[in-house]
Design a binder for this molecule. Structure first.
Ligand SMILES: C[S@@+](CC[C@H](N)C(=O)[O-])C[C@H]1O[C@@H](n2cnc3c(N)ncnc32)[C@H](O)[C@@H]1O
Length: 259
């Protein structure tokens, strides 16, 4: 039998083990890249549970939830920006606080509380109740604790949540409000499920996000959210849209409840 039509290295059977070894090395290399290198780094898209992983856009983490890329978390180094002196005028924060649907004895959770910019004025609206100021960054909670002492505020409790769970007991909260934070939750489905569980039946969740529909709002794209997207994500948690307030200059004021 003639082996003339076969490539030289196969004809020479002595090189067969080296050929097989090379194939094995290529195969193992491929498997390592596929399983261990991030999909973003090699431009692939992968799905894991509720999320998809793509190459990250600027300001994003490359993790997609219901068609939206999640943004980076704002570090505690940005605390001064949250407390900037022109914020109240730019965002009409007094209107935001006044329109939160609370009773004086309510338990209210400010999730992604940051420096407590909203926790403190909301605490004044619930003099017989409590504000639970939840954040994942200890440095933010330390700022709140220091201010509690400075101002002598007794009805704010700080809660260190995890990226998946705000750590609130089941059916314990009348109102959850989230200002400019939900878009950076790295696990919105898990966080959302835990938040919905923490609400009492009939409890409300107010979501405040910069309006993605408005190109005039000078905020990075991944830090904004459309009303349609927010409604879709809350519906996924079993929360019902109640109303949208259009009184803020830059943000949606979206009210949902737990039926
Ligand atoms: C842009 S700041 C907004 C702070 C505050 N709500 C305000 O408007 O001044 C977002 C905050 O959300 C917090 N955060 C991000 N992911 C979180 C999570 N899964 N649970 C609780 N807080 C979270 C961040 O640590 C950060 O302090």
């Amino acid at each position: 039998m003639s082996f003339d039509h076969l490539p030289m290295f196969i004809r020479d059977l002595r090189s067969l083990p080296r050929f097989l070894l090379t194939l094995l090395v290529i195969l193992v290399g491929y498997l390592i890249i596929d399983f261990w290198i991030s999909p973003a780094a090699i431009g692939q898209s992968k799905t894991d549970g509720h999320y998809q992983h793509n190459a990250a856009n600027r300001d994003g983490i490359g993790k997609i939830y219901m068609g939206r890329e999640i943004s980076h978390v704002m570090g505690h180094q940005g605390a001064a920006w949250l407390e900037r002196s022109n914020r109240a005028r730019e965002e009409k924060t007094d209107l935001l606080i006044r329109n939160l649907p609370v009773e004086p004895d309510d338990v209210v959770a400010d999730i992604g509380a940051g420096t407590g910019y909203f926790s403190f004025p909301v605490a004044q609206r619930v003099p017989q109740g409590t504000v639970l100021a939840v954040d994942i960054q200890a440095e933010m909670l330390e700022i709140i604790e220091a201010r509690k002492v400075e101002l002598g505020v007794g009805n704010i409790e700080t809660v260190r949540g995890s990226i998946e769970d705000p750590g609130l007991p089941e059916a314990s909260v009348d109102l959850i409000f989230i200002v400019d934070a939900y878009h950076e939750f790295s696990h919105p489905y898990e966080m959302g499920t835990a938040m919905a569980r923490a609400l009492i039946t009939g409890g409300k969740l107010v979501l405040i996000e910069y309006r993605a529909e408005d190109p005039g709002v000078p905020i990075k794209r991944l830090h904004k959210m459309s009303e349609k997207q927010a409604k879709k994500e809350m519906a996924e948690l079993g929360l019902r849209w109640v109303e949208t307030g259009n009184f803020l200059p830059q943000q949606h004021f979206l009210v949902f409840d737990k039926p």
